[in-house]
Each structure stands twice: as C-alpha cells, then as structure tokens.
Write a protein that binds this ligand. Structure first.
Ligand code: HEM
Length: 138
C-alpha cells in the first residue's frame, strides 16, 4: 500500500509540474515573433504536454490501484469530491493539448494575461485535492 501510495504521489508531482509550467510557456510564447523562437517554444510545449500525459496516466493507474486496496474509501464523500476535481483536471489537460496544437499552428488568439490567469487554475485544484485527501473533512 505504502509503495503504491509513494508512486501515486511521485506521478502527481510530475503531472503538476507540467500543469503549472505549460501555461507559463504559453505566456512567453505569446511575445515571440521570430521563427526560431516559435519553433523552440512549440517543441518545448509539445514535449512538456507529452510528459504531463504520462504522469497523468500514472496518477490514475496508482490512484485506482490504491482504491482496490482500500475499497471502503469508495463510500466516502471526500473521495467523491476528489475524483470530481481530478476528472475536471484531466479535462483541463485535454484542453491544454488543443492549445499546444493552436500555438504550433500560430492560431492562438488569447492574451498573455489570459494564460497568466489559467496558470493559477491547477494551483487551486492542488490545494483543494490535497486538503480533501489528507484532512478527509467529510
Ligand atoms: C486520478 C485519480 C486519483 C485517484 C483514484 C486517487 C486515489 C487515492 C487514494 C485511494 C489514496 C489513498 C488515501 C489514503 O490512504 O488516505 C490517495 C492518496 C493520495 N492522493 Fe490521490 N488519487 C487520484 C489523484 C490524485 C491527484 C490528482 C492528487 C493531487 C492533486 C492526489 C493526491 C494524493 C495524495 C497527496 C495522497 C496521499 C495522502 C496521504 O497519504 O494521506 N491524488 N489517492
């Protein structure tokens, strides 16, 4: 159980590294005008998102594995709330993929300010999910 939990948390941290940094790359990419800079950012964004996908998959696999070891959690409110937030976060990961493609095709229409704002969204999820799973308030 503890080894699976450790692996779960390692994948969670890796996923969040990508969730927190990708919109930050978008902020800087908005200001790039030269061809070489654009290509460099597009490559970094694609690779970072790919690593995020793998980390998200690992988070899900080891999270579900933990549930099979402790099925009583399935009846608890904190887990339902946590899974709802994690599903939304997985949707956010998919939405970022669409934007990686848009940036690569020079079709981003959003401002750096918008991406700065989106940068904060995963941080809010992180705070809520960690409180739910550690404090288990309900
Ligand atoms: C992908 C779906 C997920 C499932 C099914 C899942 C499920 C679980 C389960 C069953 C535990 C064990 C809880 C315990 O022993 O008290 C756990 C631990 C944990 N999860 Fe998740 N989790 C998922 C995603 C996440 C995400 C996205 C985060 C972070 C934002 C996260 C953070 C944690 C942390 C920090 C622990 C360790 C808590 C402790 O040891 O007290 N999990 N997870």
């Amino acid at each position: 159980m503890l080894w699976i939990k450790a692996l779960h948390v390692i994948f969670v941290v890796s996923w969040f590294a990508s969730l927190l940094y990708l919109p930050r790359l978008f902020v800087y990419h908005c200001d790039v005008s030269d061809e070489a800079g654009h290509a460099r950012f597009a490559t970094m964004e694609r690779k970072l998102h790919g690593i995020g996908n793998i980390a998200m998959l690992g988070t899900w696999i080891f999270g579900i594995w933990l549930l099979t070891l402790e099925p009583a959690f399935l009846h608890m409110g904190w887990l339902h709330a946590k899974l709802t937030l994690v599903l939304l976060l997985s949707g956010y990961q998919g939405w970022l993929k669409g934007n990686v493609r848009k940036f690569a095709a020079r079709q981003n229409t959003r401002s750096p300010r918008f991406w700065r704002f989106m940068n904060e969204v995963p941080a809010l999820f992180l705070v809520a999910i960690v409180i739910l799973v550690v404090v288990k308030p309900f």
